[in-house]
Design a protein around this ligand. Structure first.
Ligand code: FAD
Ligand code: DLZ
Ligand code: SF4
Length: 506
């Protein structure tokens, strides 16, 4: 049966299920660069360039291996602009008897795929995405009957299931979690290795030109462009991380240093999420480094937890709760996203640095996204829809399945506590402890109120006061309400006044 096999921009794995039992002599593989996917939110220029170049390299490699590729470039004059219309056009070019796709990363595309059988009057097979380590059904089974869906317990099951860092049925080293050792503040004189970087080849240069011409009004710097765009180079990024950064990954996981966007993180999310790397090969590479004494257990366990735990758990939550998850707004937050999320034009140095790095690199590391950019959006009561759109646009690793639960669940508490047991709110002191941003800030982190006080300080208490009816029964923050209640009436007034004055400036 001649089959049309559609491969999406984030399905660039030779082992992708849509290619299983592919007959290179008969079947046609369709890949298309389409306007709709590049603009349904106006993705960062670097993200579009990365994906188009990686798609073109993947298609080249498949062609060299004898597959029949039908690759539609964005500037092909016949390009219709949407995936559905491109499938329709491809059906006219080839005598196709059925369509095979792999389960997509976003709900809106699944809905579209489910309509195709009647639309095209052909069998459409949607195959599981076997690149993930827990299927949506597997996650639903784990979640069934549980009152709380805590990542930690899911992660332990995954460790046992895949026998990662396990001896017998116990964790190596006697502990499941070494988080307490992974919160070292940044120390001066840290020697941070340069990140891996790759000079654009001819394919990438052509894509850079296209993106510069067609997406000039999108956010972000297109160049310098140094991402890996092939599996071979993505494996080099992984190899360099294991050799140079992993030993310190745990210690400085939560640390932020001005002018050091990459820290000791792995920078593999772009490659994992587009399919150039497989999660288990990353986990195994780290585990091997521990066995061979090249990295300590706190680092290797911490890295494993991010991929085997957080990444799979986040995807599980997405598919368990969609489509409703996209609409949640438990705290009824309704402020607009401040313009400085795009311009970096703010005197709050932490936010300024994180936005500048995001604009330059289409990357910020986890604690910048969580503790600075996310924490501010939570405290300032920004509407979840606007925050979600920003995070989906600006990061080259962002797809809704991973972005939405991180934003609505982890940072905004918009799901009312499904993902996080309490809002991840913090004042300036924590940012000061984990970074050196405050040293060169116009605001004083030690000051709690007044025009030169760190805004995070009064916004923190104002957030608690504003959301009291929704949060005060949560036992994990009851203590903070007791502290608030011990403050004088005058202090309460100062907090409210400062917050009001601050919001007016946004
Ligand atoms: P490392 O710190 O080296 O971690 C290794 C890997 O663990 C990452 O590559 C990633 O695959 C995985 N990982 C770690 N934390 C998470 C997490 N919370 N959720 C899912 N995977 C995780 N990650 C994305 O891939 N895409 C997103 O759109 C995205 N949006 C986020 C939005 C917010 C508000 C927050 C707080 C986090 C978000 N994350 C997202 C998670 C995390 O910040 C990034 O995965 C990480 O910064 C990528 O950099 P890295 O590869 O250097 O990660
Ligand atoms: C993100 C993205 C972009 C920018 N462009 C394309 C594209 O032109 N063609 C394509 O097949 N995929 C693209 N993608 C990735 C899709 O948006 C992604 O597959 C879905 O969001 C599901 O995760
Ligand atoms: Fe950010 Fe406050 Fe520190 Fe300034 S003082 S960098 S606003 S935490």
């Amino acid at each position: 049966m001649t089959t049309l096999r559609l491969i999406l921009g984030d399905q660039l794995s030779p082992s992708i299920s849509a290619l299983e039992e592919c007959d290179p002599a008969k079947d046609v593989i369709l890949m298309c660069e389409v306007w709709d996917e590049a603009t349904y939110v106006k993705h960062h220029k670097k993200k579009i360039a990365f994906l188009f170049s990686a798609m073109r390299h993947f298609a080249r490699d498949l062609t060299e291996n004898g597959y029949q590729l039908d690759y539609v470039k964005l500037d092909d004059p016949e390009n219709s602009g949407s995936l559905q219309a491109e499938v329709s056009r491809a059906l006219k070019r080839h005598a196709i008897e059925r369509i095979v796709v792999t389960f997509p990363g976003e709900y809106r595309l699944l809905e579209e795929f489910l309509r195709w059988e009647s639309l095209f009057n052909l069998p459409v097979e949607i195959r599981p995405d076997t690149r993930f380590l827990c299927s949506p059904d597997g996650f639903a089974n784990w979640a069934r009957g549980r009152k709380q869906l805590r990542m930690e317990y899911f992660y332990r099951e995954m460790r046992k299931h895949y026998s990662v860092l396990i001896e017998g049925d116990q964790p190596v080293g006697g502990q499941w979690n070494y988080d307490a050792e992974n919160r070292k503040p940044p120390s001066s004189g840290l020697s941070i290795p340069d990140p891996a970087s790759f000079a654009p080849d001819d394919i990438t240069k052509e894509v850079l030109k296209l993106v510069a011409e067609r997406f000039a009004d999108h956010f972000g710097d297109l160049e310098p462009f140094a991402f890996a765009v092939t599996r071979e180079d993505a494996l080099r990024v992984l190899g360099r991380f294991i050799a140079q950064r992993l030993p310190h990954f745990g210690d400085y996981q939560d640390a932020m240093i001005e002018g050091e966007p990459w820290m000791f993180h792995s920078h593999i999310s772009f490659y994992l999420n587009s399919g150039l790397l497989h999660p288990m090969e990353c986990i195994k590479a780290a585990e091997r480094a521990w066995h061979e004494g090249r990295a300590p257990l706190n680092a290797v366990e911490g890295f494993t937890r991010q991929i085997l735990g957080w990444r799979e758990y986040i995807r599980g939550i997405y598919w368990l709760k969609m489509p409703d998850y996209g609409q949640t707004n438990f705290l009824e937050a309704k402020h607009d996203l401040p313009a400085f999320y795009w311009t970096a034009n703010t005197q709050m140095n932490c936010l300024r640095q994180c936005v500048l790095e995001t604009r330059a690199n289409a990357y910020a590391h986890h604690i910048q996204r969580l503790m600075v950019l996310g924490n501010f959006a939570l405290l300032a009561g920004i509407e979840p829809k606007q925050v979600n759109e920003w995070f989906l646009i600006v990061y080259a690793d962002a797809y809704e399945w991973v972005e939405l639960p991180n934003v609505s669940g982890m940072i905004l508490y918009a799901d009312g506590g499904l993902l996080a047991s309490k809002p991840y709110a913090a004042g300036g002191a924590y940012i000061n402890k984990m970074s050196n941003y405050c040293k060169s800030c116009r605001f004083k982190v030690s000051k709690k109120n007044g025009a030169d006080a760190c805004p995070f300080n009064y916004l923190y208490w104002d957030f608690l006061a504003r959301n009291r009816d929704k949060l005060q029964d949560n036992p994990r923050i009851a203590m903070m309400y007791r502290s608030y209640d011990r403050m004088s009436e005058q202090k309460h007034q100062a907090i409210a006044d400062d917050a009001r004055r601050f919001f007016k400036t946004l």
